[in-house]
Design a protein around this ligand. Structure first.
Ligand SMILES: [Zn+2]
Ligand SMILES: [Zn+2]
Length: 257
């Protein structure tokens, strides 16, 4: 879940929690976009100086819903060269979980609608190859617990014109070695990709390789909390998953689906 601090989400944490309770979801986690070095995508994240206010917001909402589990997380970008900055941010709070996400290939913010023209023209096999190579480095950095929206490179609906299982396997090998879980993220259904992140094929390979999963709706507004979870659970069951992972203090625990 996000907060208005990232500049592209609406609604206060309390509204997100109320929605989760209404939808009978057992717990909620906030993982807003982490501060990054000042020149890195500043319009889509909290500023470094806002970080204490973020943590305070989540701790405050916990007090308003005693007994309901509200996790403190963070969605931190993986971008080569920023690892030390991220490592320092992660020391600033007692997180329950940290999501690692790739949003950039070099200087190309590929999931930003402002860069649609570049997306439309790209060689998609090459874009997927570069994206998954970054995912592999993300996992190898050892900084994160969960891989965010694992195949978000499909966001605007394009995919390679030939199979790319070997790219998925390369990324997943590193994810498994790092002990990370995959975020099964329903927000892809709200994007031109019109598909959960990751795809069924990706999850089949992950299942076969023994990579664990979490469930997320990546809500940027309260009404998106838990949206399409029925579809996500059906997909997970269809490919053979029986458990998902929940995190507390950066330790994962498997719970039955
Ligand atoms: Zn966002
Ligand atoms: Zn993201």
């Amino acid at each position: 879940m996000h907060t208005p601090l990232c500049k592209h989400a609406v609604g206060e944490p309390e509204e997100y929690v109320r929605r989760a309770v209404e939808r009978k979801i057992d717990e909620i986690g906030f993982s807003d976009h982490s501060p990054m070095p000042p020149d890195y995508d500043p319009n889509f994240r909290m500023a470094a100086g806002e970080f204490p206010a973020y943590v305070e917001k989540i701790l405050n909402v916990r007090e308003k819903f005693p007994g309901y589990p509200i996790k403190l997380g963070l969605e931190a970008d993986y971008h080569p060269g920023t690892e030390d900055f991220v490592r320092a941010v992660l020391k600033r709070a007692d997180f329950d979980y940290v999501i690692g996400s790739v949003h950039y290939i070099g200087d190309w913010g590929f999931d930003n609608p402002a860069n649609m023209e570049r997306y439309r023209r790209a060689d998609m096999y090459e874009a997927f190859r570069e994206y998954f190579a970054l995912v592999e480095r993300c996992a190898k950095s050892g900084l994160y617990d969960v891989l965010g929206h694992p195949d978000v490179i499909k966001v605007f609906g394009r995919r390679p014109d030939r199979p790319y299982d070997e790219l998925i396997r390369g990324a997943l090998g590193a994810v498994r070695t790092a002990g990370m879980a995959l975020e099964v993220n329903t927000s892809g259904l709200r994007k031109p990709a019109k598909e959960i992140y990751p795809s069924r094929r990706f999850l089949e390979i992950a299942r076969e390789m023994g990579v664990r999963v979490t469930l997320g709706s990546d809500a940027h507004r309260p009404e998106h909390v838990g949206e399409d979870f029925e579809a996500a659970v059906a997909l997970l069951r269809a490919v053979g998953y029986t458990h998902v992972v929940r995190y507390s203090k950066r330790r994962g625990e498997e719970v039955p689906l």
